[in-house]
Design a protein around this ligand. Sequence first.
Ligand code: ADP
Length: 338
Amino acid sequence: MIHPESGSNIVESGIVDAVTADDGKITLSLAFSKARDPFATKIKQQAQSILEGEFPSHRITVVIREAAPRAPQPEKRTTTGGIAHVIAVASGKGGVGKSTVTANLAVALRDRGFRVGILDADIYGPSQPKMFGVEGYVPDAVERDGETLIVPAESMGIKLMSIGFFIQPTDALMWRGAMATNALKQMIHQTEWGTIDFLLADLPPGTGDVHLSIISELKLSAAVIVSTPQQVAVADVVRGVEMFRHQQVGVPVAGIVENMAWFTPEELPDNRYYIFGRGGARRYAEENGIELLGEIPIVQSIMECSDNGRPASAIDERVAEHYRAIADKVVEKVVKGC
Ligand code: ADP
């Protein structure tokens, strides 16, 4: 017999607690670990009729009892206790600038006086080490009070732990599924984060195992969605938003950042060319009850600075202004609740 909810056999899963046969009488004891298992009565009735069919000359008694509570689990050790807020940065597709937005938002939050960390969980393209000029960093392990902790990189006052520190770019395809999620769990719970106001988690594009793992291992305060104008309405963005808003996940979506919203050439600073279309994110945001946190133009310095190991927000005042406005909105949303 199979338990309808767990799908497991009632003998193998330990529900069949004891069977006694004695003097024409069979007694079956069923033990359910859930206090009021909704399927207990049904299973009892089925067991009763199966036994009556098999042993018509016996008197059958099936009793239900509650299984002894499981031994309390030891409290999970984690280094995340000093982190006030975790904000996931997600996108439907790759290449829309999610990692760039994460790095620049981190710098803008730091400029507002917050202690900031980044967890780069983008297993398909961990680009934070390059953007912060710490490529090739090899994390050290240190002993603290009998615990082994991993020392994060630190650049521009921002603590950074990246899956990229543990894999070679050529390995990326191997680091999927269980392997990546196990490594991430360690990165989350063993990194010496210290006290942090905002930890930004740079997620892989789309929805998948890493998202589930981050959602279950960290208490997310909010999610920020990044999209380009032409990607905003595609199913992947919608799925991403739904994933966070799902009732069992319940992570508020702080809003959407429209990246590469327009292009302004250096020589024509007043001209805006909407090369990927115009107003897509604003429309999407309005239709879905999401705030448009800001629009970032295509700016050469954004790409160049990322390539040179310092996010543009730290160098180019025009870029910094956009990001500070976004940071202020995110802080307000997170502190007041989205
Ligand atoms: P994702 O994380 O979504 O895959 P990235 O952040 O790696 O995307 O960005 C993809 C490329 O686009 C990078 O080369 C980055 O420097 C560039 N880029 C991102 N946003 C902008 C922008 N607003 N202006 C110019 N280049 C940008």
